[in-house]
Design a protein around this ligand. Structure first.
Ligand SMILES: *Cc1c(COP(=O)(O)O)cnc(C)c1O
Length: 424
């Protein structure tokens, strides 16, 4: 296998042989030569239907032709200016149109950067140091949020990374998801000291865990009552659940919104935005410093603009979400027919089979940690052999794109049927 050889080589030059931990799995990850639409192809000539989709950004699938043309045209005019350009205004206006709670934005390069700056801004605005994150919530790989962090940090058993000074996380408080009462009492205990609550409206980095009915509006109410800012990390849900993200989908608002992934159309991006009064504190108009060489680069902005333009066409997000509903229903049927203990979770175009004890519902981080990771990885490998690429961790979300066809769905459901039965 060429992938195996390349992985050996890669492991000599890069820690774990990869550029980001989530990509590594045993015995070795496949190496990709190309990807198009719903499919990804490896160096050994195999084709897979892709539900990993680069962990979220590729809502239109791989290599969308319209995005490609727009980016090509942009390349003719240059790819990095280090000066303002007009398309930044266009993308800012589009975001603001879809997110009523956002009046101004700052473009950065990754979701990590955006949450780091968002938290800094909340602290700068309130003159308070503490903030609350949700257990298992993932907001990128910077110091203050790597406490009980999801994604690769959980997959590899290092939710609290080494190398982070205690001082950097002493102001990071943790509350469980789907438990408004716990958040409320935490804010009361720390009254006057908490700058913000940062939360993924649908937990996306321990597998998708949707909010229970009323939970998010309760979080909004509690943060307001306690005079604490609410930062919605919509890096995954933004432009996916709906054009207006979880805010539109669940009918809530935020003080600060974090976007990334989809909003760059497959190119690096992050965005933080919110009310004018808050955003005007950002340098150079205010005293909260934030800067970046590649921020607002015309390639990412162009790809993001074209992607949103396509999503704005009649019924596109709804169609992608309907595929999610179809696959979740099929998976529930497969699980109950086969008698396999597990729970099918998700919302919109996000889904996951959790091998939870007695098929119990997964409502938060603690529930996710109780699931059988080994069983999930066995399923992962069987699905891979059947030509379906799921994310290689019990704690990552499956995504569906606009490029996934009915035929893809049908083949995927058949593959689950054949492979899940093995565990019966
Ligand atoms: C992916 C992700 C991030 C980090 O984004 P990067 O671009 O990988 O830095 C932050 N928050 C959430 C919810 C994410 O899923």
């Amino acid at each position: 296998m060429k992938s195996e050889k390349l992985f050996e080589l890669a492991s000599r030059y890069m820690p774990g042989g990869v550029s980001s931990p989530v990509r590594a799995y045993k015995p070795y990850p496949f190496f990709t030569t190309r990807a198009k639409g719903s499919k990804i192809y490896d160096v050994d000539g195999r084709e897979y239907i892709d539900y990993c989709l680069a962990y979220g950004p590729l809502v239109l699938g791989h290599g969308n032709e319209e995005v490609k043309t727009a980016v090509r045209d942009q390349l003719e005019s240059g790819w990095l200016y280090g000066t303002p350009h007009e398309k930044e205004i266009e993308l800012a206006k589009k975001i603001i149109a879809h997110y009523p709670s956002v009046e101004m934005v700052r473009f950065v390069n990754t979701g990590s950067e955006a949450t780091m700056a968002g938290i800094r801004l909340a602290r700068g605005f309130t003159n308070r140091d503490k903030f609350v994150k949700i257990e298992g919530g993932f907001h990128g790989a910077h110091d203050s949020v790597l406490v009980k962090a999801g994604s690769g940090a959980t997959t590899f058993g290092i939710p609290d990374s080494k190398g982070i000074p205690k001082d950097s996380v002493k102001n990071t408080l943790q509350a469980p998801f789907n438990d408004a009462a716990a958040l409320s009492s935490m804010l009361e205990r720390n009254s006057g000291e908490v700058a913000a609550v940062i939360i993924e409206p649908v937990m996306g980095n321990v597998g998708p865990i949707p909010p229970e009915e009323g939970y998010l509006s309760e979080v909004r109410k509690i943060t307001k009552e306690n005079d604490v800012l609410l930062i919605l990390d919509e890096v995954i849900t933004g432009f996916r659940l709906a054009l207006g993200g979880a805010q539109e989908f669940y009918g809530i608002d935020a003080d600060l919104t974090i976007l990334g992934k989809i909003v760059g159309g497959g190119f690096p991006i992050g965005v933080f935005g919110g009310r004018r009064e808050l955003m005007e504190l950002v340098a150079p108009s205010g005293a909260v410093y934030q800067a970046g060489t590649f921020s607002g680069n015309p390639v990412s902005i162009t790809a993001g603009l074209k992607t949103i333009e396509i999503l704005e066409r009649d019924g596109v997000p709804e169609e992608i979400n309907a595929c999610g509903e179809r696959i979740r229903n099929a998976l529930r049927e497969i699980m109950s027919d086969s008698g396999v203990e597990g729970y099918v979770s998700g919302v919109g175009s996000m889904f996951k089979v959790f091998f939870s004890p007695s098929g119990k519902e997964v409502k938060n981080y603690a529930d996710a940690l109780r699931c059988d990771k080994n069983r999930y990885m066995a399923l992962f490998h069987k699905m891979l052999d059947s030509g379906v690429f799921l994310p290689p961790s019990q704690f990552e979300t499956n995504f569906i794109s606009f490029a996934h066809t009915n035929e893809d769905m049908g083949m995927t459901i058949e593959a689950y049927k054949a492979n899940t039965c093995v565990f019966g």
